[in-house]
Design a protein around this ligand. Structure first.
Ligand SMILES: [Cu+2]
Length: 501
């Protein structure tokens, strides 16, 4: 079927579905509330939700639409859940650039046909949240280290100069390389002493999601890892428009401390690419695109069930290699164990700001030391707050609990108290523009967002310097694709009021 014919058909069905919806609503209000109306054959989809699809864009694939949520007609179709629906990017344009928010890329120089990188293991200060500057270990001033991005078939040389106060080695996780360059401390090489340099060099015949990391266990718990992306020589089919990476880590950093403690068995700080929610920069894509997301878990001890709202995705690769299409699995939550990498792809056919997070409850909170008071207090000790435990009032379960401090409960149930300056720092990236007022209160620890925006809204958010009021983009999406009569905007200044009113 040609694209224009498809579009006419699509519009016609859209109007019919909308008419059906109105009729259904009218009937339902006149009948008993318990009665269930049969669902229309196609999901209710008001005509105003139809994006302006140019004639050259194919929107429908055997019942699956690039532009509105749905599964497709047949689980055995290659297009079921968008499985093989291509992105807009042409394969001949090469792989979509890899984007790991909040991290830089490691530059290289070409020397006699070899890509040469310089990597410096060193102690670094990383700002997990505005004002929370943590003493961790990383590479080249960053934790995680800068991203190494190469292409299958490259020969690479990594010159490692150790600026740590102790010995280290660097391991190239997952590569099938000559053993002397594997970076396994003492098993394959002498540790690199402080101030010394060691040169790793090997051919990359693999493709996939890899990473480099120290091979000293305690240094791993301090954060010593970096992305290592190898693009395939020939772009994978179907081509994607976006290639994002989220790297999940846990740390233990005690109250009134800034130094990560690698000996703990529990973990209270959680970072995505080295930042904690809501300071992690959201992912933004356009409505209808094919999007790839790579996940790495480099936590010391704990796994992460990573869940994305509003879409079903296909698991297309694990750390070692691309998975054959016949073995792809549709999911909405992917469990990523320690040191594993998982890759999924989906068609962004459901516009909105979608939660994207680890589902472990403790990983959806930062530092979890609220019961002993603020995280960092100058000239104060933890003891005063701990002393309160004996005298604190009994737990009261009542709707009269004030604000976000229910009496008797040690933890605050909602929100995060931040100065207006810190809040400004969090809301500053363009990726946050137009999200609902107070959105930062819902993204803590290993939580971020996948924003799926229609072209014009994407342009306003990502390609202009327009000052967009909080909630404006979200409200516009509700207007076009949702149920605007039943939508309530967020109360103003919610995030700046200590007591939530
Ligand atoms: Cu987790």
């Amino acid at each position: 079927m040609s694209a224009p014919a498809n579009r006419r058909d699509f519009l016609k069905r859209g109007s019919l579905a909308a008419a059906g919806l109105l009729a259904t609503a009218a009937t339902a209000s006149a009948q008993a509330a318990s009665q269930v109306e049969p669902a229309p054959e196609h999901a209710p989809h008001p005509p105003h939700a139809d994006p302006a699809v140019p004639a050259h864009i194919k929107a429908e694939y055997e019942g699956f639409s690039r532009f509105h949520p749905g599964r497709g007609n047949d689980p055995d179709s290659p297009y079921y859940l968008g499985k093989l629906v291509p992105g807009f990017r042409k394969a001949e344009d090469g792989p979509a650039p890899f984007v790991a928010p909040d991290l830089d890329k490691l530059p290289y120089v070409m020397k006699d046909g070899v890509k040469e990188f310089h990597l410096v293991p060193q102690p670094v200060v990383r700002e997990f949240l505005p004002g929370y500057k943590m003493n961790v270990w990383g590479f080249n001033g960053s934790m995680p280290g800068p991203t190494i991005e190469v292409t299958q078939g490259d020969r690479i040389r990594i010159v490692v100069t150790n600026e740590l106060p102790e010995e280290t080695t660097v391991h190239w996780h997952g590569f099938e390389l000559p053993v002397q360059y594997d970076g396994s401390s003492t098993m394959t090489q002498n540790p690199i002493k402080p101030g010394q340099t060691f040169v790793y060099e090997f051919n990359v015949h693999e493709e996939g999601t890899f990473f480099y990391h120290t091979h000293v266990a305690m240094q791993e718990a301090f954060g010593m890892i970096g992305w290592m992306i190898v693009h395939p020589k020939k772009v994978f089919d179907p081509p994607v428009d976006r290639d994002f990476g989220l790297l999940f880590q846990n740390f233990f950093i005690g109250p009134n401390q800034t130094v990560a403690d690698s000996m703990k068995m529990d973990w209270n700080w959680h970072t995505i690419n080295g930042r904690s929610g809501p300071y992690s920069t959201p992912l933004v894509c356009k409505h209808g695109e094919r999007v790839r997301v790579r996940l790495i878990n480099f936590s010391p001890m704990q796994h992460h069930p990573i869940h994305m709202h509003g879409h079903t995705f296909w698991i297309t690769a694990h750390e070692g290699a691309r998975t054959p299409k016949s073995a792809w699995i549709p999911r909405n939550t992917e469990l990523v164990a320690v040191a594993q990498a998982s890759t999924f792809e989906f068609i962004a056919n459901n516009p909105g700001d979608w939660m994207f997070h680890c589902h472990m409850t403790h990983h959806m909170m930062n530092h979890m030391v609220e019961q002993v008071g603020p995280r960092i207090r100058h000239d104060d000790s933890v003891d005063r707050f701990l002393a309160n435990l004996e005298t604190r009032p009994p737990a009261i379960v009542s709707p009269t609990a004030k604000g976000d401090e229910p009496p008797g409960y040690p933890q605050k149930m909602l929100g995060m108290h931040m100065s207006p300056e810190s809040m400004q720092q969090i809301m500053a990236p363009r990726e946050m523009k137009g999200m609902r007022q107070g959105v930062s209160m819902s993204m803590h620890g290993l939580m971020t967002a996948m924003r799926v925006l229609p072209d014009d809204l994407y342009h306003r958010v990502m390609e202009t310097d327009e000052d967009i009021p909080p909630g404006e983009i979200f409200a516009e999406i509700v207007k076009r694709f949702g149920d605007p009569e039943h939508y309530q905007r967020a109360p103003k200044m919610m995030t700046h009021d200590k007591h939530g009113h």
